[in-house]
Ligand binder design. Structure first.
Ligand SMILES: [Zn+2]
Ligand SMILES: [Zn+2]
Length: 376
């Protein structure tokens, strides 16, 4: 038997078809994930610019000065703490001296009251203690003065630091502002490039599917196109103002609907062979003319009327219920009285009656080279 392009191709089992669809969706999801990661990494590159911009807008000597002042303040705080610690120790000693001195004075007073001679050794001790008392007092005073001096110095350095920090913060704010501006420009440029790339990918996918729908790569490209479309919509939503995004989406949907409409109308006007064959087969099954759907009135149906929807309800003479194919048993050539389409004709090979609009003769299997929509 000769091969015929009108012959329907095997569509595969239900499981195969479902598997193919699921894998296409899975592929689309994986590609979307990949695109998402790529976008994230591309945008992250912009963070590398931050350091560079900060260097350009922030005076580095200012940064050094601020760091040095902070170190000075820490050092001063440490010294103040150390002096305070020394005062504590000194005050402890001072109290002891004071207590001893009080006791000695008390003793001397008692001796004087009892008109006893003051012990020479005790007098010397008292003199020494008084000396220590004075020295300790002077040390404490000195330490307090030191702390006051250190605190003054610290306040002074803190004042300088506050001024420099204010200046530094100002410069950093400016650098930050500049960085955000640049980052926005960079992200927009990346988004524009991505949209162009994704658009090209979608265009290629659609073209490929139109040209080679039977290629094993067609579902792959469908998956890629789906992922690319989803990613493109997300990028546009992120970077376009909401109102413009709505207009863009609406325009895109209108273009898609127009293309689909044109496709549907075109396939109605010049249907593909497979679709045409299905349409003819369904028409024969419903006893209708494959071109104008006028009932095929032959055999027991000669005096009936029906449509696609009432065909199964039309009463038939007993024993004649069946498909249009079975009316072939009537073996008569038939042409549609409305549009003139030949519906049953003589087979050139076996000379019996065959379907004029189906590819093979049901008696001898001879194949018709071409099936047309009109005419005999
Ligand atoms: Zn007709
Ligand atoms: Zn035949």
């Amino acid at each position: 038997m000769a091969n015929n392009t009108a012959m329907p191709k095997p569509r595969g089992t239900w499981g195969h078809r479902l598997g193919s669809h699921l894998l296409t969706v899975l592929l689309a999801m994986l590609v979307y994930w990949l695109l998402d990661m790529l976008t994230y990494d591309l945008n992250r590159v912009s963070w590398l610019m931050r350091e560079e911009i900060e260097k350009r807008h922030v005076r580095q000597e200012l940064v050094v000065q601020v760091a040095s002042l902070r170190r000075q303040i820490d050092e001063l705080a440490r010294r103040i703490a150390s002096e305070q610690e020394k005062i504590k120790v000194e005050e402890g000693g001072f109290l002891n001296i004071q207590r001893t001195m009080d006791q000695l004075i008390q003793l001397q007073r008692l001796q004087l009251e009892q008109k006893m001679a003051v012990n020479q050794g005790d007098q010397q001790n008292l003199n020494k203690i008084v000396e220590s008392f004075r020295a300790s007092h002077a040390t404490i005073q000195q330490l307090r003065q030191n702390i006051l001096d250190l605190q003054d110095k610290k306040t002074d350095v803190e004042g300088q630091l506050a001024k420099l920090e204010e200046e530094l913060n100002h410069q950093r704010d400016y650098a930050s502002h500049e960085f955000l501006k640049l980052q926005r420009h960079y992200q927009r440029a990346v988004a524009a490039l991505q949209v162009i790339g994704l658009l090209a990918l979608v265009g290629f996918g659609v073209r490929f599917r139109q040209r080679k729908p039977a290629s094993p790569y067609a579902p792959v490209l469908l998956g890629l196109s789906l992922a690319a479309t989803a990613k493109m919509v997300i990028i546009l939503r992120e970077h376009l103002p909401p109102q413009i995004f709505q207009y863009a989406m609406l325009a895109g949907l209108i273009v898609i609907v127009i293309r689909l409409l044109v496709y549907v109308v075109r396939s109605l006007q010049c249907p593909k062979k497979e679709l045409l064959l299905r349409q003819f087969r369904e028409a024969y099954e419903h006893f209708l003319c494959p071109v104008c759907e006028y009932p095929i009135r032959i055999g027991p149906r000669r005096f009936l009327y029906w449509t696609r929807y009432t065909v199964k309800k039309a009463p038939l003479a007993a024993g004649c219920v069946g498909r249009a194919d079975e009316t072939l048993s009537g073996e008569e050539i038939y042409t549609c009285p409305v549009c003139g389409t030949s519906i049953f004709e003589e087979c050139p090979s076996c000379h019996r009656i065959r379907h004029a609009k189906l590819p093979f003769c049901s008696h001898c299997g001879a194949e018709k080279s071409e099936i047309t929509t009109t005419g005999p």
